[in-house]
Design a protein around this ligand. Structure first.
Ligand code: AMP
Ligand code: GLY
Length: 432
Protein backbone atom coordinates (compact mmCIF):
# COMPACT_ATOMS: atom_id res chain seq x y z
CA UNK A 1 0.00 0.00 0.00
CA UNK A 2 1.12 3.53 -0.75
CA UNK A 3 0.60 5.99 2.08
CA UNK A 4 0.49 9.79 2.15
CA UNK A 5 1.28 11.88 5.23
CA UNK A 6 0.27 15.55 5.07
CA UNK A 7 2.46 18.01 6.97
CA UNK A 8 6.03 19.20 7.43
CA UNK A 9 6.89 18.99 11.11
CA UNK A 10 8.52 16.60 13.55
CA UNK A 11 5.13 14.98 14.23
CA UNK A 12 4.80 14.14 10.53
CA UNK A 13 8.41 12.95 10.41
CA UNK A 14 7.61 10.55 13.26
CA UNK A 15 4.30 9.45 11.68
CA UNK A 16 5.93 8.75 8.31
CA UNK A 17 8.87 6.91 9.91
CA UNK A 18 6.50 4.70 11.89
CA UNK A 19 4.10 4.01 9.01
CA UNK A 20 7.03 3.00 6.78
CA UNK A 21 7.84 0.17 9.23
CA UNK A 22 4.66 -1.69 8.29
CA UNK A 23 5.21 -4.78 6.10
CA UNK A 24 2.18 -3.75 4.08
CA UNK A 25 3.58 -0.33 3.12
CA UNK A 26 5.46 0.02 -0.16
CA UNK A 27 6.01 3.78 -0.12
CA UNK A 28 5.28 6.70 2.21
CA UNK A 29 4.93 10.11 0.60
CA UNK A 30 5.20 13.17 2.84
CA UNK A 31 3.65 16.41 1.57
CA UNK A 32 5.57 18.63 1.76
CA UNK A 33 7.87 16.93 4.31
CA UNK A 34 11.20 18.33 5.45
CA UNK A 35 14.93 17.52 5.17
CA UNK A 36 14.52 14.82 7.82
CA UNK A 37 11.92 12.93 5.80
CA UNK A 38 13.95 13.61 2.62
CA UNK A 39 16.97 11.84 4.15
CA UNK A 40 15.03 8.64 4.96
CA UNK A 41 15.16 6.24 1.98
CA UNK A 42 11.78 4.75 2.96
CA UNK A 43 10.08 8.14 2.56
CA UNK A 44 9.56 10.47 -0.38
CA UNK A 45 8.83 14.16 -0.11
CA UNK A 46 6.15 15.58 -2.35
CA UNK A 47 6.32 19.34 -2.96
CA UNK A 48 2.53 19.83 -3.03
CA UNK A 49 0.59 21.85 -0.48
CA UNK A 50 -2.58 22.63 -2.42
CA UNK A 51 -5.21 20.22 -1.09
CA UNK A 52 -7.04 19.68 -4.38
CA UNK A 53 -3.71 18.94 -6.08
CA UNK A 54 -2.92 16.46 -3.28
CA UNK A 55 -6.24 14.69 -3.86
CA UNK A 56 -5.42 14.49 -7.61
CA UNK A 57 -2.06 12.97 -6.70
CA UNK A 58 -3.67 10.48 -4.30
CA UNK A 59 -6.13 9.33 -6.97
CA UNK A 60 -3.43 9.04 -9.66
CA UNK A 61 -1.01 7.17 -7.36
CA UNK A 62 -3.72 4.97 -5.81
CA UNK A 63 -2.79 6.05 -2.29
CA UNK A 64 -4.32 3.50 0.10
CA UNK A 65 -4.30 5.70 3.20
CA UNK A 66 -3.74 9.40 3.85
CA UNK A 67 -2.91 10.59 7.38
CA UNK A 68 -3.19 14.28 8.26
CA UNK A 69 -0.71 15.73 10.76
CA UNK A 70 -1.54 19.39 11.46
CA UNK A 71 -4.78 21.15 12.30
CA UNK A 72 -4.86 23.64 9.41
CA UNK A 73 -5.67 21.18 6.57
CA UNK A 74 -8.28 19.51 8.81
CA UNK A 75 -9.94 22.84 9.52
CA UNK A 76 -9.77 23.57 5.77
CA UNK A 77 -11.74 20.38 5.02
CA UNK A 78 -9.09 18.05 3.55
CA UNK A 79 -10.92 14.99 4.90
CA UNK A 80 -14.22 16.02 3.27
CA UNK A 81 -12.37 16.67 0.02
CA UNK A 82 -10.55 13.31 -0.02
CA UNK A 83 -13.68 11.36 0.91
CA UNK A 84 -15.63 13.05 -1.88
CA UNK A 85 -12.94 11.74 -4.24
CA UNK A 86 -13.40 8.20 -2.89
CA UNK A 87 -10.06 8.22 -1.03
CA UNK A 88 -9.37 6.61 2.35
CA UNK A 89 -8.15 9.24 4.81
CA UNK A 90 -7.72 9.17 8.58
CA UNK A 91 -8.79 12.40 10.25
CA UNK A 92 -11.92 14.35 11.24
CA UNK A 93 -14.15 16.19 8.81
CA UNK A 94 -14.11 19.98 8.83
CA UNK A 95 -17.27 20.02 10.96
CA UNK A 96 -15.87 17.54 13.50
CA UNK A 97 -12.51 19.35 13.62
CA UNK A 98 -14.34 22.30 15.23
CA UNK A 99 -13.60 20.56 18.52
CA UNK A 100 -10.16 22.09 18.01
CA UNK A 101 -10.61 24.90 15.50
CA UNK A 102 -13.25 26.72 17.56
CA UNK A 103 -12.69 26.95 21.30
CA UNK A 104 -16.14 28.53 21.61
CA UNK A 105 -17.71 25.48 19.92
CA UNK A 106 -15.69 23.08 22.08
CA UNK A 107 -16.58 24.83 25.34
CA UNK A 108 -20.30 25.06 24.51
CA UNK A 109 -20.25 21.40 23.44
CA UNK A 110 -18.64 20.29 26.70
CA UNK A 111 -21.13 22.35 28.68
CA UNK A 112 -24.09 20.87 26.74
CA UNK A 113 -22.89 17.32 27.37
CA UNK A 114 -21.49 17.80 30.88
CA UNK A 115 -17.95 16.85 29.87
CA UNK A 116 -15.77 17.98 32.81
CA UNK A 117 -13.98 21.25 32.01
CA UNK A 118 -13.42 24.78 33.37
CA UNK A 119 -16.37 27.20 33.60
CA UNK A 120 -16.21 29.78 30.81
CA UNK A 121 -17.76 32.76 29.03
CA UNK A 122 -17.33 33.97 25.42
CA UNK A 123 -17.02 37.62 24.35
CA UNK A 124 -16.65 39.57 21.11
CA UNK A 125 -16.79 42.88 22.97
CA UNK A 126 -13.64 43.94 24.85
CA UNK A 127 -15.46 46.12 27.43
CA UNK A 128 -17.79 43.25 28.39
CA UNK A 129 -14.87 40.84 28.61
CA UNK A 130 -12.91 43.25 30.80
CA UNK A 131 -15.87 43.71 33.14
CA UNK A 132 -16.31 39.94 33.45
CA UNK A 133 -12.64 39.53 34.38
CA UNK A 134 -12.87 42.33 36.93
CA UNK A 135 -15.84 40.56 38.53
CA UNK A 136 -14.20 37.09 38.51
CA UNK A 137 -10.71 38.13 39.65
CA UNK A 138 -7.37 36.45 38.91
CA UNK A 139 -5.79 34.02 38.18
CA UNK A 140 -7.93 33.64 35.08
CA UNK A 141 -7.34 32.33 31.57
CA UNK A 142 -7.90 34.29 28.33
CA UNK A 143 -8.01 32.38 25.03
CA UNK A 144 -8.36 33.60 21.46
CA UNK A 145 -11.06 31.71 19.58
CA UNK A 146 -9.29 30.36 16.50
CA UNK A 147 -6.26 28.41 15.45
CA UNK A 148 -3.24 29.72 17.30
CA UNK A 149 -0.83 26.74 17.25
CA UNK A 150 -0.96 26.63 21.04
CA UNK A 151 0.03 30.28 21.40
CA UNK A 152 -3.32 32.07 21.74
CA UNK A 153 -3.65 31.42 25.47
CA UNK A 154 -2.75 33.74 28.33
CA UNK A 155 -2.84 32.39 31.88
CA UNK A 156 -3.19 35.77 33.61
CA UNK A 157 -2.00 36.07 37.20
CA UNK A 158 -3.52 39.53 37.57
CA UNK A 159 -6.64 41.30 36.31
CA UNK A 160 -4.43 43.86 34.50
CA UNK A 161 -2.65 41.07 32.62
CA UNK A 162 -6.00 39.59 31.60
CA UNK A 163 -7.24 43.01 30.42
CA UNK A 164 -4.12 43.45 28.29
CA UNK A 165 -4.63 40.01 26.74
CA UNK A 166 -8.27 40.83 25.89
CA UNK A 167 -7.27 44.12 24.27
CA UNK A 168 -4.62 42.36 22.22
CA UNK A 169 -6.77 39.43 21.09
CA UNK A 170 -9.76 41.62 20.17
CA UNK A 171 -7.56 44.43 18.78
CA UNK A 172 -3.91 44.47 17.72
CA UNK A 173 -3.66 40.63 17.63
CA UNK A 174 0.11 40.53 18.11
CA UNK A 175 -0.17 36.77 18.77
CA UNK A 176 -1.21 36.31 15.13
CA UNK A 177 -4.27 34.17 15.78
CA UNK A 178 -6.23 33.09 12.69
CA UNK A 179 -9.66 34.17 13.91
CA UNK A 180 -12.78 32.39 12.74
CA UNK A 181 -14.65 33.99 9.87
CA UNK A 182 -17.44 35.41 12.00
CA UNK A 183 -15.02 37.71 13.79
CA UNK A 184 -12.65 37.85 16.73
CA UNK A 185 -13.82 36.37 20.04
CA UNK A 186 -12.19 35.52 23.31
CA UNK A 187 -13.03 32.68 25.67
CA UNK A 188 -12.46 33.48 29.33
CA UNK A 189 -12.01 30.51 31.62
CA UNK A 190 -11.82 29.57 35.25
CA UNK A 191 -8.21 28.74 36.21
CA UNK A 192 -7.91 25.01 36.92
CA UNK A 193 -5.37 23.72 39.43
CA UNK A 194 -3.58 20.40 38.91
CA UNK A 195 -1.11 18.57 36.71
CA UNK A 196 -1.55 18.36 32.95
CA UNK A 197 -1.28 15.33 30.69
CA UNK A 198 -2.00 14.58 27.05
CA UNK A 199 -4.51 11.79 26.50
CA UNK A 200 -4.71 10.85 22.83
CA UNK A 201 -6.88 8.17 21.25
CA UNK A 202 -7.38 6.74 17.79
CA UNK A 203 -11.10 7.32 17.35
CA UNK A 204 -13.45 5.85 14.80
CA UNK A 205 -17.06 6.74 14.12
CA UNK A 206 -17.00 5.29 10.63
CA UNK A 207 -19.50 2.49 11.43
CA UNK A 208 -21.94 1.96 14.29
CA UNK A 209 -21.23 3.41 17.69
CA UNK A 210 -17.92 5.23 18.13
CA UNK A 211 -14.83 3.33 19.20
CA UNK A 212 -11.53 4.49 20.64
CA UNK A 213 -8.13 2.93 21.22
CA UNK A 214 -6.01 4.89 23.66
CA UNK A 215 -2.42 5.61 22.74
CA UNK A 216 0.25 5.75 25.43
CA UNK A 217 -0.07 8.75 27.74
CA UNK A 218 2.34 11.66 27.60
CA UNK A 219 3.11 15.06 29.03
CA UNK A 220 4.10 18.16 27.08
CA UNK A 221 6.11 21.11 28.41
CA UNK A 222 4.51 24.20 26.91
CA UNK A 223 6.53 26.94 28.57
CA UNK A 224 9.74 28.13 26.94
CA UNK A 225 11.98 28.03 30.00
CA UNK A 226 13.25 25.57 32.59
CA UNK A 227 10.99 25.18 35.61
CA UNK A 228 7.92 25.90 33.41
CA UNK A 229 8.65 29.62 33.15
CA UNK A 230 8.42 32.08 30.27
CA UNK A 231 5.92 32.32 27.42
CA UNK A 232 3.71 29.48 26.19
CA UNK A 233 5.00 27.75 23.07
CA UNK A 234 3.83 24.96 20.78
CA UNK A 235 5.68 22.58 23.14
CA UNK A 236 9.35 22.45 24.13
CA UNK A 237 9.51 18.74 24.86
CA UNK A 238 7.48 15.76 25.97
CA UNK A 239 7.80 12.33 27.47
CA UNK A 240 5.73 9.15 27.63
CA UNK A 241 4.30 7.57 29.71
CA UNK A 242 3.01 10.24 32.11
CA UNK A 243 2.90 8.75 35.65
CA UNK A 244 0.17 11.25 36.66
CA UNK A 245 -2.21 9.21 34.50
CA UNK A 246 -2.67 6.33 36.92
CA UNK A 247 -4.91 3.40 35.89
CA UNK A 248 -7.75 5.13 37.74
CA UNK A 249 -7.23 8.47 35.95
CA UNK A 250 -6.94 6.57 32.65
CA UNK A 251 -10.29 4.85 33.18
CA UNK A 252 -11.95 8.13 34.16
CA UNK A 253 -10.49 9.92 31.11
CA UNK A 254 -11.90 7.21 28.84
CA UNK A 255 -15.33 6.90 30.49
CA UNK A 256 -15.99 10.48 31.61
CA UNK A 257 -14.38 12.34 28.71
CA UNK A 258 -13.38 10.47 25.52
CA UNK A 259 -16.27 8.04 25.04
CA UNK A 260 -19.02 10.55 26.01
CA UNK A 261 -17.42 13.12 23.68
CA UNK A 262 -17.41 10.71 20.74
CA UNK A 263 -20.99 9.62 21.45
CA UNK A 264 -22.17 13.22 21.72
CA UNK A 265 -20.37 14.26 18.53
CA UNK A 266 -22.11 11.43 16.71
CA UNK A 267 -25.48 12.35 18.26
CA UNK A 268 -25.00 15.93 17.03
CA UNK A 269 -24.34 14.69 13.50
CA UNK A 270 -20.59 15.33 13.70
CA UNK A 271 -19.13 11.82 13.87
CA UNK A 272 -15.46 12.04 14.82
CA UNK A 273 -12.85 9.81 13.20
CA UNK A 274 -9.20 10.70 13.74
CA UNK A 275 -6.74 11.29 16.52
CA UNK A 276 -8.67 12.85 19.39
CA UNK A 277 -6.35 14.62 21.80
CA UNK A 278 -7.75 15.58 25.20
CA UNK A 279 -5.44 17.94 27.05
CA UNK A 280 -6.26 17.06 30.67
CA UNK A 281 -5.86 18.88 33.97
CA UNK A 282 -5.78 16.27 36.75
CA UNK A 283 -6.50 17.50 40.25
CA UNK A 284 -5.31 16.10 43.58
CA UNK A 285 -8.29 13.73 43.74
CA UNK A 286 -7.51 12.21 40.34
CA UNK A 287 -10.39 13.99 38.60
CA UNK A 288 -9.44 14.74 34.98
CA UNK A 289 -10.94 17.84 33.33
CA UNK A 290 -10.49 18.98 29.73
CA UNK A 291 -8.15 21.94 29.14
CA UNK A 292 -8.59 21.67 25.38
CA UNK A 293 -9.39 19.23 22.62
CA UNK A 294 -7.21 18.84 19.57
CA UNK A 295 -8.35 17.01 16.46
CA UNK A 296 -4.89 15.61 15.72
CA UNK A 297 -1.78 14.15 17.33
CA UNK A 298 0.16 16.47 19.60
CA UNK A 299 3.57 17.76 18.64
CA UNK A 300 5.98 16.87 20.39
CA UNK A 301 3.73 14.19 21.98
CA UNK A 302 3.61 12.22 18.71
CA UNK A 303 7.38 11.87 18.62
CA UNK A 304 7.59 10.24 22.05
CA UNK A 305 4.43 8.14 21.68
CA UNK A 306 5.44 6.75 18.30
CA UNK A 307 8.99 6.09 19.52
CA UNK A 308 7.44 3.63 22.02
CA UNK A 309 4.84 2.04 19.72
CA UNK A 310 5.76 -1.52 18.72
CA UNK A 311 2.49 -2.40 16.95
CA UNK A 312 1.76 -1.76 13.30
CA UNK A 313 0.45 1.81 12.98
CA UNK A 314 -0.82 1.29 9.43
CA UNK A 315 -3.13 -1.55 10.48
CA UNK A 316 -4.54 0.52 13.31
CA UNK A 317 -5.26 3.61 11.22
CA UNK A 318 -6.76 1.62 8.33
CA UNK A 319 -9.06 -0.15 10.81
CA UNK A 320 -10.07 3.19 12.29
CA UNK A 321 -10.71 4.74 8.89
CA UNK A 322 -12.81 1.70 7.88
CA UNK A 323 -14.77 1.43 11.13
CA UNK A 324 -13.31 -1.95 12.11
CA UNK A 325 -11.35 -0.89 15.19
CA UNK A 326 -12.87 -3.79 17.16
CA UNK A 327 -10.47 -6.02 15.22
CA UNK A 328 -7.42 -4.10 16.44
CA UNK A 329 -5.08 -6.18 18.59
CA UNK A 330 -4.07 -4.56 21.91
CA UNK A 331 -1.26 -2.09 21.23
CA UNK A 332 2.25 -3.09 22.30
CA UNK A 333 4.49 -0.43 23.83
CA UNK A 334 8.16 -0.25 24.70
CA UNK A 335 8.16 -0.28 28.50
CA UNK A 336 10.88 2.34 28.70
CA UNK A 337 10.26 6.10 28.75
CA UNK A 338 10.60 8.05 25.54
CA UNK A 339 11.66 11.66 26.06
CA UNK A 340 11.93 14.35 23.40
CA UNK A 341 13.79 17.64 23.74
CA UNK A 342 12.84 20.36 21.24
CA UNK A 343 15.62 22.58 19.89
CA UNK A 344 14.05 25.89 18.93
CA UNK A 345 15.49 28.83 17.01
CA UNK A 346 16.78 31.93 18.78
CA UNK A 347 13.92 34.37 19.35
CA UNK A 348 11.22 31.65 19.48
CA UNK A 349 8.28 31.98 20.12
CA UNK A 350 7.91 35.75 19.56
CA UNK A 351 10.26 36.22 16.59
CA UNK A 352 12.21 33.09 15.58
CA UNK A 353 15.42 33.77 13.67
CA UNK A 354 15.91 31.82 10.49
CA UNK A 355 19.17 30.74 8.91
CA UNK A 356 21.37 29.30 11.69
CA UNK A 357 23.55 26.50 10.30
CA UNK A 358 22.95 23.09 11.87
CA UNK A 359 25.62 20.37 11.93
CA UNK A 360 26.81 17.29 13.80
CA UNK A 361 23.43 15.56 14.07
CA UNK A 362 23.90 12.20 15.80
CA UNK A 363 23.14 9.06 13.77
CA UNK A 364 19.73 7.51 14.48
CA UNK A 365 19.89 4.37 16.59
CA UNK A 366 17.46 2.03 18.37
CA UNK A 367 17.17 4.41 21.32
CA UNK A 368 17.83 7.81 19.77
CA UNK A 369 16.23 9.62 16.85
CA UNK A 370 16.27 13.21 15.69
CA UNK A 371 12.96 14.27 14.15
CA UNK A 372 13.11 17.38 11.96
CA UNK A 373 10.61 20.23 12.18
CA UNK A 374 11.67 23.67 10.91
CA UNK A 375 14.77 22.73 8.95
CA UNK A 376 15.71 23.48 5.37
CA UNK A 377 18.67 22.68 3.11
CA UNK A 378 20.15 25.67 1.29
CA UNK A 379 21.52 25.58 -2.27
CA UNK A 380 24.87 24.28 -0.98
CA UNK A 381 23.19 21.45 0.91
CA UNK A 382 23.79 23.06 4.32
CA UNK A 383 21.05 22.30 6.86
CA UNK A 384 19.60 25.53 8.32
CA UNK A 385 16.98 26.55 10.86
CA UNK A 386 13.84 27.61 9.06
CA UNK A 387 11.10 27.83 11.68
CA UNK A 388 10.40 28.17 15.39
CA UNK A 389 10.75 24.60 16.55
CA UNK A 390 13.60 23.10 14.55
CA UNK A 391 14.46 19.62 15.86
CA UNK A 392 13.00 17.16 18.34
CA UNK A 393 15.76 14.97 19.78
CA UNK A 394 14.04 11.85 21.13
CA UNK A 395 15.55 9.09 23.28
CA UNK A 396 14.34 5.89 24.93
CA UNK A 397 15.64 4.93 28.37
CA UNK A 398 14.75 3.57 31.78
CA UNK A 399 14.25 5.22 34.21
CA UNK A 400 13.14 8.65 32.97
CA UNK A 401 16.43 10.24 33.95
CA UNK A 402 18.34 7.94 31.60
CA UNK A 403 16.11 8.91 28.68
CA UNK A 404 16.53 12.58 29.66
CA UNK A 405 20.31 12.36 29.84
CA UNK A 406 20.52 10.43 26.57
CA UNK A 407 18.44 13.08 24.76
CA UNK A 408 20.36 15.97 26.33
CA UNK A 409 23.76 14.45 25.52
CA UNK A 410 22.66 14.31 21.89
CA UNK A 411 21.30 17.89 22.00
CA UNK A 412 24.59 19.19 23.37
CA UNK A 413 26.50 17.48 20.59
CA UNK A 414 24.50 19.26 17.87
CA UNK A 415 25.99 22.44 16.46
CA UNK A 416 23.16 24.99 16.17
CA UNK A 417 24.14 28.56 17.12
CA UNK A 418 21.51 30.36 19.22
CA UNK A 419 19.43 27.22 19.79
CA UNK A 420 17.07 27.26 22.76
CA UNK A 421 16.11 24.10 24.65
CA UNK A 422 15.04 23.03 28.11
CA UNK A 423 17.15 20.65 30.13
CA UNK A 424 14.40 19.69 32.58
CA UNK A 425 11.97 17.90 30.24
CA UNK A 426 10.37 15.10 32.23
CA UNK A 427 11.05 16.78 35.59
CA UNK A 428 7.72 15.74 37.07
CA UNK A 429 8.38 12.09 36.32
CA UNK A 430 12.02 12.28 37.43
CA UNK A 431 10.71 13.26 40.86
CA UNK A 432 8.01 10.59 41.03
P1 AMP B 1 -4.46 25.45 25.55
O1 AMP B 1 -3.90 25.99 24.26
O2 AMP B 1 -5.93 25.66 25.69
O3 AMP B 1 -4.01 24.04 25.80
O4 AMP B 1 -3.76 26.26 26.73
C1 AMP B 1 -2.36 26.32 26.83
C2 AMP B 1 -1.93 26.10 28.26
O5 AMP B 1 -2.50 27.08 29.11
C3 AMP B 1 -2.42 24.79 28.83
O6 AMP B 1 -1.58 23.74 28.50
C4 AMP B 1 -2.42 25.08 30.31
O7 AMP B 1 -1.12 24.99 30.84
C5 AMP B 1 -2.85 26.50 30.36
N1 AMP B 1 -4.31 26.56 30.55
C6 AMP B 1 -5.24 26.69 29.59
N2 AMP B 1 -6.49 26.73 30.11
C7 AMP B 1 -6.34 26.63 31.44
C8 AMP B 1 -7.26 26.64 32.55
N3 AMP B 1 -8.58 26.79 32.36
N4 AMP B 1 -6.75 26.53 33.79
C9 AMP B 1 -5.42 26.40 33.99
N5 AMP B 1 -4.50 26.41 33.00
C10 AMP B 1 -4.96 26.52 31.73
N1 GLY C 1 1.91 19.86 22.12
C1 GLY C 1 0.65 20.46 22.14
C2 GLY C 1 -0.06 20.42 20.89
O1 GLY C 1 0.29 19.71 19.97
O2 GLY C 1 -1.05 21.13 20.77
Amino acid sequence: MKVLVIGAGAREHALAWKLAQSDRVSRVFVAPGNPGTAADPALKNLPIVDLAALADFAVAEKIGLTVVGPEAPLAAGVVDLFKARGLRIFGPTQAAAQLESSKAFAKAFMQRHRIPTAAHAVFADAAAARAYVTAQGAPIVVKADGLAAGKGVVVAQTVAEAHAAIDDMLGANTLGVAHNTDGARVVIEEFMVGEEASFIVVASSAKGSPQAVALATSQDHKRLGNGDTGPNTGGMGAYSPAPVVTPNVHARAMHEIVLPTLAAMQAEGLPFTGFLYAGLMIDGQGQPRVVEFNARLGDPEAEVILMRLKSDLLDLLVQAADGTLERAAPLQWDRRTALGVVMAAAGYPAAPEKGAAIADLPPDSADLRVFHAGTQRDAEGQLRAQGGRVLCVTALGEPVRVAQQRALAAVRGISFPGAQWRDDIGHRAVKH
